[in-house]
Design a binder for this molecule. Structure first.
Ligand code: AMP
Length: 282
């Protein structure tokens, strides 16, 4: 695996690969890698000729500076995992490389419309603008044919779909299923920060989602939401939201509708904010 720290050098190397007719697959990450990330690399290997991963903890998408400071970093292990998974290139830029204009410099503003205003957008002001800024920069550096992201960040996938339209990127977005721990907890870099007690409690988030999903056809959703939130609180979470939404446009729903839907949850355990979702309907 080749490691690049500068966008210009990466662009040049990937230019050679493209000239040779190879299809470039790209999986952006913030590191502290787990099997969920590795599943994106595996999907990219199956679809593309060359697999590029990036690791960059993007300051502009953290609305809470403490969350940014405490974000886990396991770079040595990440490099081993990516090499073992067969990634061809790792882009590992510095903050100065990605933000020559300065983190607080002037950045584009993206019109993501409604999808930026709800759920994570409502709870984390500016978060999706930060995601848009960095993914736009990464797409400029890699110019992938295929882009791999996880359903774990359901709303982020919708934002990126819109970003690809806004920027005129030709990349095809592949949304990969959420990998879970054996007990059902969605894999997440933030899980590393959970205490052993919190780790036991954390499973309640996926159990609650599954319980809502199992009862969706039989009980009014507002009742399920109220009980689900109470259940999370009882387990020790400070819940943020538990919502049912259209899977195509993220309209919040009070009752199931025909077509794809998602049940989405965000809740805090101590100072660690966890999100998860499950799809429902078809
Ligand atoms: P992150 O490093 O958290 O920014 O995540 C990088 C990419 O990995 C994003 O596209 C995430 O949606 C994806 N991802 C994170 N957790 C999982 C998981 N448990 N299963 C599958 N993909 C994931």
């Amino acid at each position: 695996m080749y490691l690049f720290k500068r966008a210009a050098d990466l662009r040049e190397a990937l230019g050679q690969e493209k000239k040779a007719g190879r299809r470039i697959g790209f999986a952006p990450t913030m590191g502290a890698l787990h099997q969920g990330h590795i599943s994106l690399i595996q999907a990219a290997k199956a679809q593309s000729d060359i697999v590029v991963a990036s690791i960059f903890v993007n300051p502009t998408q953290f609305n809470d500076p403490k969350d940014f400071e405490k974000y886990p970093s396991t770079i040595q292990q990440d490099i081993l995992l990516l090499t073992a998974a067969g990634a061809d290139y790792l882009f590992l830029p510095s903050v100065a490389e990605m933000y020559p204009e300065g983190v607080n410099g002037s950045h584009p503003h993206y019109d993501f419309g409604y999808i930026e205003s709800v759920l994570e957008g409502a709870s984390r002001p500016g978060h999706f603008q930060g995601v848009g800024i960095i993914v736009h920069k990464l797409l400029d550096a890699v110019e992938p044919d295929d882009l791999f992201m996880g359903q774990k960040d359901f709303q982020q996938c919708m934002i990126i779909k819109r970003l690809l339209e806004i920027t005129g990127s030709k990349a095809t977005l592949f949304i990969c299923p959420t990998l879970r721990e054996p007990d059902g907890l969605a894999m997440s870099s933030r899980n590393m920060r959970l205490t052993p007690e919190q780790r036991v409690t954390a499973v309640e988030i996926s159990r609650t989602l599954q319980w809502v999903k199992d009862n969706l056809a039989d009980r009014p959703f507002p009742e399920l939401r109220a009980e689900g939130l109470a259940r999370l609180e009882k387990a020790g979470f400070v819940p943020d939201y538990l919502q049912l939404a259209s899977g195509s446009d993220l309209r919040l729903l009070e009752a199931p509708e025909n077509g794809p839907m998602a049940i989405l949850v965000a809740a805090r355990l101590g100072d660690i904010r966890l999100i998860d979702n499950m799809t429902a309907g078809r």
